[in-house]
Design a protein around this ligand. Structure first.
Ligand SMILES: Cc1cc2nc3c(=O)[nH]c(=O)nc-3n(C[C@H](O)[C@H](O)[C@H](O)COP(=O)(O)OP(=O)(O)OC[C@H]3O[C@@H](n4cnc5c(N)ncnc54)[C@H](O)[C@@H]3O)c2cc1C
Length: 399
């Protein structure tokens, strides 16, 4: 056999899994279709990732947290939910989570960079990871004895376990015959960094406007000018997002300032703009014979509840724990009972929030008069329900 584990995909989840499994006398192969240069120097992709306290702890345990520049980690102190043009907001305060912040915000490319560096360190220390970049997996087959993957170059590799970390549209999951529930929201999300006049007080906004959904994810002030900065997230039908993507910066600034109803004063684009289609995915099975999914391949969340990568880290933690137990008892790391335990745990951890997120989006993006009345009432009632708000605070902090 060529390896103990083959991981398909060196996105943040695949890199974290390789790093977490390193140093346990396993032979790990990490396959990635992108060239190595893209992995070494990941470019800004607009995503500001809200990390729970639990995710921050996992990244610390993996030795990755300290590889992210401290100045680029912003605290997520409070979260506000706003409905329509109303000035009322439901505030989920950090005190409900029992800490001075609910979680942390870090740019996705800096997480990828830290994970890449962590893998490099692990390779140097343990020599147990073989990274094959620029290699696309084109076929997967597993049987009772082993799993095998075929690369576009024609080469075939075998291992005791194949792990798919190849995105929510995982082709390896599909090649294994695993069906997935996919929901296309019919909208796109534009994300970019903006500076503005009013302070954000490190509060994230989720603003269910009429005909648009906006979010604001606080970033640290500009290190030299001190300008207030945040990631602006605008959700609209794709043709409207395309129009915003094509606008000259001055027109874009004016349009976004207007969309945010000037609540932050004049806003200015300070990064590239990025456009993501909104499709949520939940596979019917997370495992198969000698096969497991992690990261977005195991659950593709709508970003509104900010849990995609947090769930990705939970999957890395859970699969590592099962594999470590098998190694400790000299068991088979691809055994079906191990994989079933992993699947059960991940489904329990992710499925309720997956459906809850779908429901929130359904209620808060419908613009009929009864729906508007219902959401307004729900927000006001929810604001008074401290146990409910505490449960949201715990979900955001990963408690
Ligand atoms: C706008 C936006 C905002 C978000 N905000 C948050 C947030 O606040 N909090 C949060 O927790 N999450 C958030 N997320 C989700 C988070 O970005 C994802 O969960 C995370 O990036 C997924 O990582 P991954 O490694 O599973 O998949 P990916 O990043 O998709 O990586 C998959 C990798 O597999 C490779 N690959 C694919 N197919 C093959 C193949 N056949 N052969 C070889 N390699 C292959 C790809 O090239 C890629 O490198 C957000 C997402 C978006 C779009």
């Amino acid at each position: 056999m060529d390896a103990d584990i083959i991981i398909v995909g060196a996105g943040p989840a695949g890199l974290c899994l390789a790093k977490n499994l390193s140093g346990r006398s396993l032979k790990i192969v990490l396959l990635e279709q992108q060239p190595q240069s893209d992995l070494e120097a990941p470019q800004f992709d607009g995503r500001e990732i809200a990390l729970t306290q639990h995710s921050a702890k996992l990244l610390q345990q993996m030795g990755l947290w300290d590889l992210i520049p401290r100045a680029d980690i912003a605290p997520l102190v409070d979260a506000k939910v706003i409905d329509g043009p109303s000035s009322f907001s439901m505030v989920i305060g950090h005190e409900l989570g029992g800490r001075s912040e609910l979680g942390w915000l870090v740019s996705n490319h800096l997480i990828r960079q830290a994970a890449w560096r962590g893998v490099q360190q692990a390779m140097a220390a343990n020599a147990d990871i073989t990274l094959m970049a620029g290699e696309k997996v084109t076929a997967v087959h597993t049987d009772a004895a082993q799993g095998s993957v075929t690369l576009a170059s024609g080469r075939t590799l075998t291992a005791k376990l194949v792990v798919a970390a190849d995105s929510r549209f995982s082709t390896t999951r599909r090649m294994m015959g695993i069906a997935a529930h996919m929901h296309d929201f019919g909208k796109n999300m534009l994300v970019c960094a903006m500076s503005f006049e009013q302070p954000h007080h490190f509060a994230a906004w989720e603003w269910f406007g009429y005909g648009q959904t906006l979010a604001l994810l606080p970033m640290n002030p500009h290190p030299e000018t001190g300008a207030h900065r945040a990631s602006a997230v605008i959700t609209l039908p794709s043709r409207e997002i395309e129009a915003l993507m094509q606008m000259e910066p001055a027109a874009f600034n004016a349009a976004v300032t207007q969309r945010f109803a000037k609540r932050l004063g004049a806003m200015q684009l300070v990064s590239t703009r990025h456009n993501y289609p909104l499709v949520a995915v939940f596979p019917q099975r997370l495992v198969a014979q000698r096969f497991a999914t992690v990261g977005d391949a195991a659950v593709g969340m709508h970003p509104v509840t900010a849990h995609g990568f947090n769930f990705g880290l939970l999957s890395v933690e859970a699969l590592t724990k099962e594999i470590a137990t098998a190694l400790h008892t000299k068991g088979d790391i691809g055994h079906s009972s191990l994989l079933q335990r992993y699947e059960g745990q991940q489904k329990r951890a992710t499925l309720p929030l997956f459906w809850m997120t779908r429901l929130i989006v359904e209620i808060y993006t419908r613009d009929t008069a009864p729906a508007k009345l219902l959401r307004k009432a729900l927000l006001r009632v929810s604001d008074k329900l401290i146990p409910f708000k505490r449960s949201i605070a715990h979900s955001l902090s990963g408690a």
